[in-house]
Design a protein. Structure first.
Length: 234
């Protein structure tokens, strides 16, 4: 594969699972929540659309939303396509992956509920995949990590020097990701865990601690604060 930063020849496809209902958000559709006056999903998409190597973006929505997607999404960019998602995140990724063009060489998977990813992190993850390895955006663990049993009793203290928090995007050479999603999905906690089974080397890319996932109401408050900080407090 050939490529590099925007302007390279590599063709990148993006898969965005956005079919979850956000039970910890009270059953609301997290991708459509408002963040600084715009939907969370819109914030999550922009950094990928700004990379000229991205040729296609497939967003997996709930069946109801996929049948009548919002105009702000379908009219955002000609590269965007909407499909019906599955019952689980992994099923949504597989359905979206199947809808990508066959000739994409690299595929990025990004959760719709991560609206704070930056174009730089997206570009660095793509660069790793262009070179033939997998990339997972994340950040090193800074807290002491405890292993517990079913009763929440501590059974061990892990060496945090070797531990990272895994975020998205997770970006891979397209053939490796397609093979991974052509197999058994049970037990996979993220895309990289499936690709690791295929024997591909996967590297962490430090995307910082602000690439948070909007899971609970408090996360929206934190996300608003991060956006204000990035805009100089305006």
């Amino acid at each position: 594969m050939s490529g590099g930063r925007p302007g390279g020849t590599v063709r990148v496809g993006v898969v965005v699972p956005a079919a979850g209902w956000g039970r910890r958000m009270g059953g609301t559709r997290k991708p459509f929540l408002q963040l600084s006056g715009e939907p969370v999903l819109l914030h999550a998409l922009r950094p990928f659309l700004s990379d000229s190597r991205v040729v296609a973006v497939v967003v997996a929505l709930t069946e109801a939303d996929a049948s009548s997607p919002p105009a702000w999404l379908t009219g955002l960019d000609a590269r965007i396509r909407v499909v019906r998602g599955g019952e689980t995140r992994a099923e949504s990724v597989r359905l979206a992956l199947e809808a990508l063009p066959d000739d994409v060489e690299v595929v990025a998977v990004h959760d719709a509920a991560r609206p704070l990813v930056t174009p730089d992190v997206v570009a660095r993850c793509i660069d790793v995949a262009v070179a033939g390895e997998g990339a997972v955006a994340g950040c090193p663990a800074v807290d002491t990590m405890k292993e517990v049993d079913e009763g929440l009793r501590v059974v061990g203290t892990l060496d945090r020097r070797r531990l990272w928090h895994a975020h998205t995007p997770q970006v891979f050479p397209a053939p490796a990701l397609r093979r991974a999603y052509g197999g058994e999905l049970a037990g996979a906690t993220d895309d990289a865990s499936l690709v690791e089974r295929e024997g591909l080397t996967v590297r962490m890319v430090d995307g910082g601690a602000t690439n948070l996932k909007v899971t609970r109401p408090d996360d929206l408050v934190l996300a608003e604060a991060v956006l204000r900080s990035r805009s100089g407090g305006r």
